[in-house]
Design a protein around this ligand. Structure first.
Ligand SMILES: Nc1ncnc2c1ncn2[C@@H]1O[C@H](COP(=O)(O)OP(=O)(O)O)[C@@H](O)[C@H]1O
Ligand SMILES: [Mg+2]
Length: 393
């Protein structure tokens, strides 16, 4: 159909035409933002879930909520190197400059920038803060990461509090951050929250997100809720397909919708991709089962090229064999011992391969001794891509 624009947009992180089934998370976050701004305690969210379920889209939603509630907001996307402190400095610097631009805060902001500068100078690759800013020693340059992050957050939180603002930093792909750094962030945030400062973080990551322990764990449990973001229910998935089309005066036959809900298993990214392709092949303002069947090879090819294959791009032969063996044993959590049996190798010999797959966030361990994919429907892709189980010598 080309008479109207295609309303489905399967780009990662792009806002879906209908954001379905996430009302509770949005509500919780909104309540937390309001409470924090009033100096009360409020739990923001740490979203976990597989790839393509809509974590990034939700973080973007939180940004909208924050702005509507009088917050300054910055977004951080952690990359595979796991680096966080220097990105945090840059984000906080932008927040300070934005607050200053709005209220001409002047000296107080200069001092806070000086605190950021002292912190940044200690980092191997700390961002440049500005030659005219003098480093302020003391609050955030002790060399103890959790104390120093606390110093940064308190500094920026005080400026915000003085002017009736809140500060929200969203952090995506948090699973790449090392445990010690994540703990330091939590400890730092805890300090700011003890002082009732309106500065907070919301985050998202794969289920491989480092598991906190001890003090950091108990603080984190008080400051965050950890909802698992997953596939949509059948009704929600149908709504995600039908609503955007209806807005354009287009309907789906029930069989057509059901077929997509079935093959996508309700995973948002796949719903969008199948919806997009079915829309493109449909010729009438009613999308039929026949349209869906005709678009299927193209939709799968798109997913293979654009979504799945990038994930296996940097795997070696042993890792691919391991993944393929997992696919053989899917769906559901897979016992590492079963993988070893299938590949005819001792469990210990496969340990390093398994660890690398976990480190690359391709897999996670739902329970001790078990392993599963972080990418939904990855087993189906692997079987298409490597029809035969590879032999390891
Ligand atoms: N609740 C939802 N309803 C409908 N579509 C959604 C929903 N959440 C996400 N999507 C769509 O799914 C795709 C993946 O979302 P994204 O936020 O990138 O996932 P993640 O960050 O979990 O990998 C995007 O194209 C988005 O538009
Ligand atoms: Mg994402």
């Amino acid at each position: 159909m080309d008479r109207v624009r295609n309303p489905y947009s399967p780009g990662a992180g792009t806002r879906p035409p209908a954001l379905v089934g996430r009302d509770r998370e949005i509500e919780e976050m909104d309540v937390a933002l309001q409470r924090l701004l009033l100096g009360r305690d409020g739990r923001t969210l740490m979203l976990t879930g597989l790839r393509g379920v809509g974590k990034t889209v939700l973080l973007n939603e939180f940004e909208q909520l924050a702005e509507a509630r009088g917050y300054f907001h910055e977004h951080i996307e952690v990359s595979e190197d796991g680096e966080l402190p220097s990105k945090l400095v840059s984000a906080l610097r932008r927040v300070l400059l934005a607050m200053d631009a709005k209220r001409r805060i002047g000296d107080r902001v200069r001092r806070a920038l000086g605190v950021l500068k002292a912190f940044s100078l200690r980092l191997p690759d700390g961002p440049e803060i500005g030659l005219d800013i003098e480093a302020v020693l003391g609050p955030a340059d002790s060399g103890d990461l959790s104390m120093d992050i606390a110093g940064l957050l308190v500094e920026v939180g005080e400026v915000a509090s003085d002017h009736g603002f809140g500060v929200l930093i969203t952090i995506d792909e948090l699973h790449y951050v090392a445990l010690a750094t994540l703990e330091a962030l939590v400890m730092g945030l805890h300090r700011a929250s003890q002082l009732r400062l309106p500065i907070t973080v919301a985050g998202a990551g794969l289920p491989t997100l480092a598991t906190l322990s001890g003090e950091a764990k108990s603080y984190a449990e008080r400051m965050f809720n950890y909802p698992v973001i997953g596939s949509l229910t059948g009704d929600q998935a149908r709504e995600a397909l039908e609503v955007p089309a209806l807005d354009e005066g287009v309907t789906w036959t029930p069989q057509a919708v059901d077929r997509i809900v079935e093959v996508s298993m309700g995973y948002p990214y796949f719903l969008q991709e199948f919806g997009k392709q079915a829309w493109d092949v449909a010729e009438e303002p009613e999308i039929t089962l026949d349209d869906v069947e005709r678009c299927m090879p193209l939709a799968l090819a798109q997913l293979d090229d654009g979504f799945f294959r990038v994930r296996v791009g940097r795997t070696n032969d042993a890792e691919r064999a391991y993944l393929r063996a997992m696919a053989e044993l899917s769906p559901g959590p897979i016992r590492s011992s079963e993988v070893a049996k299938l590949l005819e190798k001792p469990l210990t010999a496969l340990g390093p391969t398994r660890d690398r797959l976990l480190k690359k966030s391709l897999c996670f361990t739902p329970r001790w001794g078990e392993i599963d994919f972080t990418v939904p429907l990855f087993d189906q892709f692997l079987r298409r891509w490597l029809p035969d189980l590879p032999h390891l010598d």
